[in-house]
Design a protein around this ligand. Structure first.
Ligand code: ATP
Ligand code: MG
Length: 498
């Protein structure tokens, strides 16, 4: 699929600007005619007074500069638009006539935003600034190259116009806009609702995953190591710049299903207040599409590629190289090139996370040192993990049944997901914990049974081998004796002849 926008977004905004500039020119030419009349009929002193009043009246129109802030810069999101949009919602004045209100299911508060066409007058260090939301719709044609069919729909182009006296150009560009970007960062940090974006569809939903490092059942040492690593990463902007490394970090999470890999990603996003982009490799068709999607992601975000072992044919790399042009199929090599190349060079403060259930199935190219900064093993539930789950689910820190559970938990392979499910079955602490003990004992019983079956199988195999060896030995002996027997026979025959 490829989108052919019938008109670029800037065109519509530019036409708005052109109309604006045309009216400014008209006012200017009117001003000059008035000036000529004044010169002809009015005395010098009075002329100066009128001229300065007219200048005051019209001066701020003719000397205005308009900055056009489009939502997209080519395929990438324009961060100044993003920041301005969020910043403007904090600058809503009583003069605004139309506002949009909404509430997401996962968000407790109502969000109030400015509607298209609305203007906001703002001031910054004595400078008067006028913001305006501009929204235009264009017809867009979508061509599906597989079926060679065309469909069309409307696409919305959003822009923000910022106008102010042209004398303040330097200050607005060098001080005010960086201030807006800073405000945006601060507001986002305060926000509780993060975005979970599916990169296959471009549609974002609020990340409403309550998982945090507090609720995660995992080894406390490893948990601390990850949190320290994240803290170090976000604080070391200057360090990355100094050593010439892209400000990025990669994590590979591996472990059996239900051990908390996805929960850990949500905890990381909640901890850093980063958005999540969930990239579904299975739905991609080419490296160029992957490039397009990656370009649409924003800073301070986590790019997640789950189940990397299932997503693409990993052993396919030698056959289909990355450098075969734009239209070739998606390959692991293409993906890795993005990690090292394009992705590294686009944006800052980004994290990439791969998850897999089978670390040993992965291509060594993905596992080699330096490719992913940290390999995190999510293990089966430990006594320590169980205590965290018991505290989360039953609000109990200690209990007489804990020691029995601890003993059982080290004997069987049980995932935190399974333990959590058992603990959720009853609100009564005793009943829930007894239920868990029953579950663990059944697992242990099954494990012993499995061990017995395996032992029996091993015994049978040994016996089979012993029997085989025995008959083989007999055969070999018979063969050996056969040679001797034949010699004896020959000797007897020779004796008989003489
Ligand atoms: N370590 C954990 N700490 C707390 N809860 C957990 C943990 N692991 C699993 N859970 C619980 O089990 C559910 C499933 O876990 P999760 O989806 O994070 O596992 P996963 O490792 O990503 O599994 P998969 O490999 O199938 O994707 C979670 O929603 C959570 O309730
Ligand atoms: Mg998962």
């Amino acid at each position: 699929m490829y989108s052919l926008p019938s008109m670029p977004s800037t065109t519509s905004v530019l036409s708005t600007y052109t109309a604006f500039a045309a009216s400014a020119m008209l006012v200017r030419s009117m001003l000059s005619e008035v000036q000529t009349l004044v010169n002809q009929f009015i005395p010098q002193k009075l002329q100066e007074k009128i001229s300065s009043s007219l200048g005051r009246l019209f001066g701020n129109i003719s000397s205005q500069l308009v900055l056009i802030v489009d939502e997209y810069n080519g395929l990438s999101i324009n961060e100044i638009f993003q920041a301005s949009e969020v910043y403007l919602n904090t600058r809503i004045t009583p003069s605004v006539e139309q506002l949009k209100v909404s509430k997401d299911p996962g968000n407790k508060s109502i969000s109030v935003t400015i509607d298209k066409g609305q203007q906001i007058i703002d001031t910054f260090e004595g400078i008067e600034l006028a913001w305006q939301f501009v929204c235009t719709e264009t017809q867009q044609t979508v061509v599906d190259f597989e079926s060679w069919s065309q469909s069309s729909g409307k696409k919305e182009h959003r822009s923000i116009l910022l106008s102010f006296h042209r004398n303040h150009k330097e200050k607005v560009l060098n001080t005010f806009l960086p201030y807006v970007l800073e405000r945006f960062k601060a507001i986002k940090n305060e926000e509780k609702v993060l975005k979970l974006q599916s990169l296959a569809s471009y549609e974002g939903v609020n990340l409403n995953h309550p998982s945090t490092f507090d609720t995660l059942a995992m080894d406390p040492g490893l948990k601390k190591e990850i949190m320290d690593d994240l803290d170090r990463f976000v604080r070391r902007k200057d360090f990355y710049l100094k050593v010439g490394k892209p400000w990025k970090r990669g994590y590979l999470l591996h472990g059996p299903p239900g051990t908390g890999k996805s929960s850990l990603i949500a905890a990381m996003a909640n901890y850093l207040k980063f958005d999540i982009y969930d990239l579904e490799l299975a739905s991609l068709t080419s490296n160029s599409e992957l490039r397009r999607l990656l370009a649409s992601t924003t800073n301070r975000s986590i790019l997640v590629i789950e189940d990397i072992d299932c997503s693409i044919e990993l052993q396919d790399r030698q056959n289909r190289g990355y450098n075969q042009g734009e239209s070739q199929q998606l390959t692991l090599s293409g993906l890795l090139n993005f990690i090292d190349g394009l992705w590294s060079s686009c944006g800052d403060e980004r994290i990439i996370v791969f998850t897999t259930n089978y670390q040993d199935k992965l291509d060594p190219a993905l596992l080699r040192p330096g490719r992913m900064d940290m390999h995190i093993h999510m293990s089966y539930c430990t006594p320590c993990g169980f205590k965290i789950l018991a505290s989360n689910y039953l609000n109990v820190k200690n209990h007489s049944l804990f020691s029995e559970i601890d003993e059982l938990i080290v004997e069987v392979e049980v995932t935190p997901a399974e333990v959590a499910e058992e603990l959720m079955k009853n609100e009564d602490v005793d009943i829930a914990l007894t239920g868990l003990i029953g579950f663990l004992e059944r697992k242990k019983g099954m494990k012993l049974k499995q061990l017995n079956v395996e032992e029996q199988k091993a015994d049978d195999k040994q016996k089979e081998n012993d029997n085989k060896n025995e008959s083989q030995e007999k055969e070999e002996k018979w063969e050996k004796n056969k040679v001797k027997r034949n010699k004896r026979k020959k000797a007897r025959r020779a004796k008989g002849r003489t």
